[in-house]
Design a protein around this ligand. Structure first.
Ligand SMILES: NC(=O)c1ccc[n+]([C@@H]2O[C@H](COP(=O)([O-])OP(=O)(O)OC[C@H]3O[C@@H](n4cnc5c(N)ncnc54)[C@H](O)[C@@H]3O)[C@@H](O)[C@H]2O)c1
Length: 355
């Protein structure tokens, strides 16, 4: 999104905002940072990330030497460090993406999800409030609604999460929202559908299936594969966050969704046809492997996004275009993470979390 004339004048006068983006070495936030650094040269973008297994600074190589970009390695759960960061960096705006994000892992390292996603968010919003930040955007997920077959969720629908990841995101929302209720601290919450595109650690379904196929391995389908998901391309979501940054109203929640939806089975079939160039159904099925289901697996997340449409945002990138770019990117960049191979197991194999 390019700057408006008023913003251009503001920028030309040397006025700079200091924007803290957490989790910027991860998937979505790396795209947001690339866009902010390139399109808002007078904004200082500070990326706070602890560089967990799914992070890669290669996602940000093209802007790493820009004057309006700064990387700080650190943990949102370390309260004294976070407080000091707000005191020294004079942050105006926070975009909070950092989180534990893998649903399958949340069943195994469940307390870690509560610790990082709930406690870490509380640490961050509390420090931001103390530092009188002017806008705090908390990036949540459609998964807080729980699954639904036909009832479409809007922002006032109840939260009924069904897995530890979604529960931790819902709980963190409550902490963030309470700063608005109690102090009128200007928080905004977003709930987005699944996002896909370059830079996503290949533990998530789209990059996992792409990478498996590119390594001549079968797509591992959890359960029946009939679960449906809505998919948004990364650059569309970047536009959504820039829209919320500019026009999102304090205290509000915004669904960031799309009508584009497909079953996991359909997804696997499309990727097999594109990558393996299969022409018959039986050839395609040779590349599919059914494995156990997750302990719980929501069927659909149908969601209305009219509030975002009211702010002028709609997704633009057609699936065919987005998925082609994504497949091409993984062909060259799978090894952006040193542990990428590990992501291709059907379920995470990991040690229990000890804090
Ligand atoms: N990916 C999606 O489809 C999707 C959809 C809806 C909402 N979201 C939300 O968007 C946000 C970003 O998701 P993503 O898929 O880009 O995540 P990701 O897993 O790719 O990246 C998360 C980043 O957070 C960092 N991080 C984790 N714990 C940290 C800590 N304690 N301190 C500092 N940094 C830490 C990691 O190092 C990583 O770089 C998350 O809050 C997620 O819940 C994601």
């Amino acid at each position: 999104m390019s700057a408006s004339p008023a913003e251009s004048a503001e920028l030309a006068s040397g006025f700079a905002k200091r924007v803290l983006v957490t989790g910027g070495a991860g998937f979505i936030a790396s795209h947001v940072i690339l866009s902010l650094v390139e399109n808002y040269p007078n904004y200082i973008i500070i990326n706070l990330d602890k560089l967990d297994y799914c992070a890669s600074l290669k996602n940000l190589e093209t802007i790493s030497n820009k004057q309006n970009y700064k990387f700080i390695k650190g943990d949102i759960c370390e309260a004294p460090f976070v407080k000091h960061l707000f005191e020294t960096e004079k942050i105006d705006i926070v975009l909070h993406f950092a989180a534990q994000t893998h649903v399958d892992l949340s069943f195994v390292r469940t307390l870690e999800f509560t610790y990082v996603n709930v406690y870490g968010t509380h640490v961050l919003v509390s420090a931001a409030h103390e530092a009188r930040v002017e806008k705090f955007i908390y990036v949540s997920t459609d998964e807080v609604y729980g699954g639904s077959l036909d009832q479409e969720f809007d922002e006032s629908s109840p939260k009924q999460p069904t897995n530890p990841y979604a529960s931790s995101k819902a709980a963190a929302e409550c902490f963030v929202q309470s700063y608005w209720e109690r102090y009128k601290f200007p928080v905004v919450i977003t709930r987005s559908s699944n996002v896909y595109g370059p830079h996503q650690y290949p533990e998530k379904v789209i990059p996992k299936f792409i990478s498996l196929l590119q390594h001549n391995r079968k797509c591992c389908i959890h359960g029946s594969g009939l679960q449906k998901r809505n998919f948004l391309y990364a650059t569309d979501v970047v536009e959504a966050f820039l829209t919320v940054l500019k026009n999102g109203k304090p205290g509000e929640i915004y669904n960031i969704g799309t009508n584009f939806e497909m079953s996991i089975m359909q997804l696997a079939k499309e990727l097999i046809q594109l990558i393996k160039e299969t022409s018959t159904e039986s050839e395609t099925e040779n590349w599919v492997d059914f494995v156990n289901d997750r302990p719980s697996n929501d069927m659909r997340y149908p969601m209305k996004s009219e509030k975002m449409h009211g702010l002028g945002w709609r997704p633009k990138v057609p699936w065919k275009e987005g998925i082609k770019k994504t497949i091409e990117w993984y062909r060259e960049n799978f090894h952006n993470w040193k542990n990428a191979e590990k992501a291709l197991d059907p379920f995470p194999v990991t040690q229990p979390f000890i804090q």
